[in-house]
Design a protein around this ligand. Structure first.
Ligand code: B12
Length: 234
């Protein structure tokens, strides 16, 4: 996706370049229609939504080197995201939107409109290239309709994955028919027996065969797991 956005005409090409310079990938874009109104906060009309995020560990070093990553205050990644996305918004005369904060903006549904991602059996969206190793950090809302490259839709990689190894990889079967069993997951990963999930990341997520080269390195994985645990205990 990012590659197909590199050779676009301005202003998209400059958004891609500036976002990359501050440590964000352009994760796709779309022109919201009347049916998308329920996905967006009631603000002025949106001609184009540009989605920003992380792909694997590509953008991680920019965050890791930031003041927010080192200041010891809560929610460093959310605070960093809000700062850099807001700077891009000012630079391009856009409004901004974030996956953090309440009420939750339905970022997964926005993502499904912006790029070829599909719901996976463990709730995360699976990307044809990055697998489960990607996330969203914000979005820029433009009044104007920016010219976008054609979208390349692909079938969900899960549809041809016979073994669904990730479902059986969870030591506490947290991905049952009734959805994600948050309490089962949390009590395991905070126990002695859950050290591997805590240190190296969710075993079910690691068992997915798609995009394995984008798997988060241990430091990044541990950061996300700790943030996940803290967010539940808040
Ligand atoms: C609340 C939340 C949680 C809660 C969930 C509590 C609960 N039981 O509902 C907790 C803390 C458990 C959680 C955990 C994690 N989360 Co979370 N979470 C969110 C958050 C902030 C809000 C989700 C929400 O409720 N949205 C509200 C509704 C209105 O939005 P929605 O898009 O319509 O949500 C629905 C869709 O997501 C739908 N859905 C799911 N997939 C798809 C696909 C399609 C095509 C469609 C149409 C709909 C759909 O199901 C949701 C409920 O109806 C989102 C960010 C965001 N703003 O979306 C991240 C988010 C979903 N989480 C994310 C991640 C990465 C995680 C963790 C892996 C954390 C980590 N360690 O990194 C774990 C994974 C646990 C798991 N296996 O599900 C990512 C997912 C990225 C991706 N690849 O999809 C998101 C998008 C955050 C981000 N910045 O990128 N999370």
């Amino acid at each position: 996706m990012i590659e197909s956005y590199l050779n676009t005409s301005p202003p998209l090409a400059s958004i891609v370049a500036r976002a990359a310079a501050v440590g964000l990938g352009v994760r796709g874009a779309f022109h919201p229609s009347a049916e998308d109104a329920e996905l967006l906060p009631a603000v002025a009309p949106v001609g184009t939504l540009v989605l920003l995020g992380f792909t694997g560990s590509v953008q991680w070093p920019e965050f890791a080197a930031s003041a927010e990553a080192k200041d010891g205050e809560p929610d460093p990644l959310d605070r960093w995201s809000r700062r850099v996305v807001a700077e891009l918004a000012v630079e391009f005369g856009a409004r901004e939107l974030y996956p953090s904060g309440k009420p939750h903006v339905p970022f997964q549904r926005l993502a499904a409109r912006a790029e070829s991602v599909h719901a996976s059996p463990i709730g995360l969206l699976v990307h044809p290239e990055y697998g489960l190793w990607h996330a969203y950090r914000g979005a820029l809302l433009f009044r104007e309709r920016i010219e976008l490259p054609p979208r390349h839709d692909t079938a969900s990689p899960c549809s041809t994955c016979s073994g669904k190894p990730r479902l059986s990889a969870c030591p506490v079967d947290a991905f049952g028919a009734g959805g994600f069993l948050l309490e089962a997951c949390l009590s395991h990963i905070t126990s002695v027996a859950g050290a591997e999930c805590r240190e190296r990341g969710c075993r079910a997520r690691r068992a997915c065969p798609v995009g394995t080269e984008y798997r988060y390195p241990v430091k990044q994985m541990r950061f996300h797991t700790e943030a996940f645990i803290r967010s539940i205990r808040k």
